[in-house]
Design a protein around this ligand. Structure first.
Ligand SMILES: Cc1cc2nc3c(=O)[nH]c(=O)nc-3n(C[C@H](O)[C@H](O)[C@H](O)COP(=O)(O)O)c2cc1C
Length: 482
């Protein structure tokens, strides 16, 4: 059909649908894609092809070949007509499956989770709005958060197909600062885990122990160092926010060092504050002074977070961040010192010069400074400057086992998750964290198998490349999936 005068072909919408159905009819496998058909197509379509609600197949209007009847409900028929099993047509996947693949589904148990975003939906549904906003937010318009995901998505795999069969099987373990873990995935320091589940950091610790992965505790955690170490069964790493009163820092350091903490992580990426607009909106009015908030936040006179309890000294602004401070922190104990928040080659070099034992590439999950490039984009220059002298860790936007693989390929020793394990914790406590770790490690193992790598040492930059095609992100209008 041609539009009069213009010469431009105009498609009859019905004809494009008919062509689509012809294509489906030609392929029995493709017929399962019926589930993706918008329901608005069904009614007009009913007038064009003889759609029947009877069980069984539908003849193709074109060639007569049997295709699946999209309106047939096998559950209804099973009770109504009592068909023998072998006569049942193939069950259709749920209509909402494609949408849920982008937004996550509201699962009822950890076992139902297909990927980490399924937990995001649940914790969104069961958290206080202000707590959810605190977890979810990025700064300004979320550019850094989005960049973090795009950075990973833009990196493509260059798999190897054939290789030698690994006699010892596939080994995902990694070593960092003298400790060996079962996989290169780790749990980042995240404040106030009890805002999402009463088990708090201790619940996450039990899951991390079960899965043999490294866990970092936030200075502003809900559980104390001792409680978390007891839940884990061994000391873990501690992240510090320094205080202008040096004595106070020294007391925190002494406390965790004497509990056996092997590594202190100093977070340096929240220097100038951060523009957290979502939190400001949801804490409007009385904010934390509201009756609801004070019930928990100030439930007792002089309430302090566990890691600040019994520590005298002036609260207030964090100290001027200077390179001398690295040495001071380093000399304050026998613990290793890792600097969290480095994103440039220059600072990686300076950090090592001043005594850092490890570099942690992070932009705080897009919660600190906006308009940043992604951490996976920053990683190569940091790795190049470090020249293998100390381990390099990375976080921000890690959501897939393939992201862990990509980070290792570009020279990281370990890759961390922040929000995803808190989604797991907030949804199902320890079991949710356990499942999040299980999913990501399983995905990571799959990529190792797909690339014929048998240990983390074999994962090199030869296995990744910049995308040649535009990047697809899962980000959708609901704001989930980042
Ligand atoms: C709710 C929340 C609280 C956080 N609290 C801290 C903290 O106390 N100390 C810290 O160094 N980083 C903190 N972070 C940043 C994480 O350690 C990590 O850098 C970030 O979450 C990684 O990005 P991702 O959430 O995209 O995985 C926090 C992140 C979130 C989401």
């Amino acid at each position: 059909m041609t539009e009069t005068g213009s010469g431009k072909p105009v498609m009859d919408p019905g004809s494009s649908r008919r062509q689509f159905f012809k294509f489906l009819a030609a392929s029995p496998l493709a017929a399962v894609a019926y589930s993706a058909i918008p329901s608005s197509w069904m009614e007009p379509l009913a007038g064009e092809v003889p759609i029947s609600r009877e069980p069984g197949s539908l003849p193709c209007t074109n060639c007569g070949a049997p295709v699946l009847n999209p309106l047939f409900d096998p559950t209804e028929s099973r009770t109504g007509l009592n068909l023998p099993r072998q006569e049942m047509p193939q069950e259709l996947p749920p209509q909402q499956a494609q949408e849920e693949q982008l937004t996550g589904s509201l699962i009822e148990s950890p076992e139902e989770a297909i990927n980490v975003w399924d937990f995001e939906q649940v914790v969104h549904g069961n958290s206080l709005a202000q707590h959810w906003d605190f977890l979810h937010m990025g700064v300004d318009d979320y550019e850094t958060r989005v960049a973090n995901r795009e950075g990973f998505n833009r990196l493509m795999l260059r798999p190897r197909r054939l290789g030698v069969e690994a006699s010892a099987g596939l080994d995902t373990s990694m070593e960092i600062l003298g400790q060996r873990f079962d996989s290169p995935l780790f749990l980042c320091p995240v404040a106030a885990n009890q805002a999402f589940h009463t088990q708090g950091e201790a619940g996450a610790a039990r899951a991390a122990r079960r899965r043999g992965i490294l866990q970092l505790q936030s200075h502003v955690s809900s559980n104390s160092y001792e409680e978390i170490a007891e839940a884990r069964g061994e000391p873990h790493w501690f992240q510090i926010y320094t205080n202008p009163d040096w004595n106070r820092n020294q007391r925190v350091i002494n406390r965790v060092a004497s509990a056996g903490c092997p590594t202190l992580v100093w977070t340096i990426d929240l220097l100038g504050g951060s523009n957290r607009e979502l939190s400001r909106r949801s804490l409007s009015g009385e904010g934390r002074d509201s009756a609801l908030c004070t019930q928990c936040h100030n439930h007792q006179e002089g309430y302090q977070r566990p890691m600040n309890r019994d520590l005298d000294g002036a609260p207030g602004e964090r100290p001027p961040y200077t390179w001398d401070y690295v040495k001071r922190l380093k000399d304050a104990s026998d613990m290793n010192l890792v600097l969290k928040g480095i994103v440039t080659a220059e600072e990686a070099e300076l950090a090592i010069e001043h005594g850092a034992d490890g570099i942690y590439v992070s932009n705080h999950g897009g919660r600190a400074v906006n308009s940043m490039w992604s951490t996976i984009d920053a990683l190569p220059e940091v790795v190049e400057a470090v020249r293998g002298r100390v381990p390099v860790m990375i976080d921000s936007g890690v959501r897939r086992g393939s992201d862990v693989f990509k980070a290792l390929a570009l020279g990281a020793t370990a890759a961390g998750i922040g929000r995803p394990y808190v989604w797991g914790l907030g949804a199902f406590g320890e079991d949710g964290v356990d499942k999040v770790i299980e999913l990501l490690v399983a995905e990571f193992r799959m990529v190792m198998q797909q690339t014929r790598t048998t240990s983390v040492d074999e994962i090199t930059s030869r296995f990744v490349m910049e995308a040649k095609n535009p990047v697809m992100t899962r980000h959708n209008e609901l704001g989930f999936g980042l």
